[in-house]
Design a protein around this ligand. Sequence first.
Ligand code: SF4
Ligand code: ZN
Length: 309
Amino acid sequence: MPVLCGKCHSASAEVHIPYAKLSLCPKCFLDFYVRRVKGAVEDFGMFKEDDVVGVAVSGGKDSAALLHALRQAYPNLKVVALHVNLGIPKYSAHCQAKVEELTKMLDVELHVFNIVKELGIRISDFRKTVFRKKVCSACGTVKRHVFEDLARKAGVDVLATGHNLDDVAGVMFNNFFYGRWDQLVRLKPVLPPLAEGFASKVKPLIRISENENLLYCLYGDVPFREIDCPYSSGTGVRKRAEILEILSRDNPYFRHQVLNRFLELIPLLENVVSKPALVKCQVCGFPSSSDVCAFCKRVALVKKALGKG
Ligand code: SF4
Ligand code: ZN
């Protein structure tokens, strides 16, 4: 006898949500997911219905599910999609094609920043620099900066990213062990703008697991990338995910517990963690803790390695 969905009691249940003690059919799972996203937006006061919300879409399942769910939850919200083409051979063209398919399907305006065209570099070029074994670290700096820039140019008030429960709980855990309190504080669900004219940043998927995002895309026919970035294997993110997986085996609430305890801790930490004084980057004018920001330093490094500096 198939197990019936715990919501509609008519279709067969296909998804078990251990932390909610629910087994759901695909349709009820999609509704459950959208309500969870809406619940996080409202509980943390992420945006108002008259804000312009920019969604940073990479082509991956998390940000694709986020954009799709926000359209379902808030049909009248002004949403724009922001994408960075990283110039990684094959991979980046594939990601952009998926993002274009998704935004067309949802009728959402798309703003693309192509780093080859705009900056004359590719993420792959970091292999020719001291970042050769830490391409993801340099890539993260480039993406954060470019998304801020795209958001500002697109008139975005709030920038939403697809960070999921596994990402956030994993990074929280890691920062805790290494005593990186300033970085732990930055994992809050809502971050204020860097300076006037910049967007605030929000993480509407902070309570949703990677697996739920994948199921949402599969059941909801949401297009997302089918190939992996050539630099993704062996990253710290993957190793942290494995540790959390082991700790979660006997306790389905483990990641939620990690998240909730750290969210309680962050306001206390904010009182003791000193914030660096920000100045304007001498090259790009962005707020920075040093004369030249991390993004401009990394771009200069690559250009030098390419003989373009
Ligand atoms: Fe960038 Fe690393 Fe992600 Fe590839 S895996 S897109 S290099 S952060
Ligand atoms: Zn700069």
